[in-house]
Design a protein around this ligand. Structure first.
Ligand code: G3P
Length: 223
């Protein structure tokens, strides 16, 4: 099970990389524009923080030739182990096929349907990224689609992994994992909502109070 961080916010990358054992960071043009910095300097900073963990960077062009040139530039600047994210339409599939023939790591992204996932896997995508919330908004039952995707990859003995993305609540994350996603990429807000549980905080406070009633500010190592 892999947890990735879906952000280009440097402070958030530093914070969540420090707390959790994240497998890496995923970005896309919207995430990078939200973060506000320049494309390469921002990615260099992320690389410096996460060291050799996964970094997923999306191409922005729309023809295979241009997307391949972008992939070449990304890898030249950020290292050959970067996952090149390619949105899946016909031109995307052709690009993924060419990139895989040339030894790139590839994440097939903007996956809304089983058809996209199957075809991306057939040309060798390392990851497919179904957008849970977008699927719910535009297509239908994300739980069913991710579950069937996992089943097909298993039956067909595919090495393509499911990297579920685009969540609005914790239950969508858990559903993706239960349905067979090997990886999920979460915004900083989703990471914090998984741990922001008032009843848990209240119980932890009770423990602290019981201790301070007995020993004040002293810690166990000071007794
Ligand atoms: O990783 C994909 C994700 O960033 C898309 O998320 O915010 O459009 O649901 P969103």
């Amino acid at each position: 099970m892999e947890f990735l961080l879906d952000t280009a916010d440097i402070a958030a990358v530093r914070k969540y990389n420090d707390i959790y054992d994240i497998a890496g960071v995923t970005t896309n043009p919207v995430i990078l524009s939200r973060a506000g910095g320049e494309f390469l300097p921002t990615l260099y900073k992320i690389r410096e923080i996460i060291k050799d963990k996964q970094l997923h960077v999306q191409v922005t062009a729309s023809t295979p030739d241009e997307m391949e040139k972008e992939a070449e530039a990304i890898v030249k600047n950020l290292g050959k182990d970067v996952y090149i994210k390619v949105p899946v339409n016909e031109m995307g599939i052709k690009t993924i096929k060419n990139l895989k023939e040339n030894g790139y790591r590839v994440t097939a992204t903007v996956i809304y349907t089983l058809g996209q996932a199957i075809l991306a896997s057939s040309v060798g995508a390392d990851y497919v990224a179904p957008y849970f919330n977008h699927i719910c908004d535009h297509v239908g039952d994300a739980e069913k689609i991710i579950g069937e995707m996992a089943e097909i990859f298993k039956v067909q003995n595919k090495s393509t992994k499911i990297l579920a993305a685009s969540f609005r609540n914790t239950s969508q994350i858990i559903t993706s994992i239960l349905s067979g996603a090997e990886a999920v990429t979460l915004s900083p807000e989703m990471f914090s909502s998984m741990m922001n549980i008032p009843s848990v905080d209240a119980t932890i406070s009770k423990f602290s109070k019981a201790w301070s009633d007995m020993y004040g500010e002293k810690k166990i190592y000071e007794l």
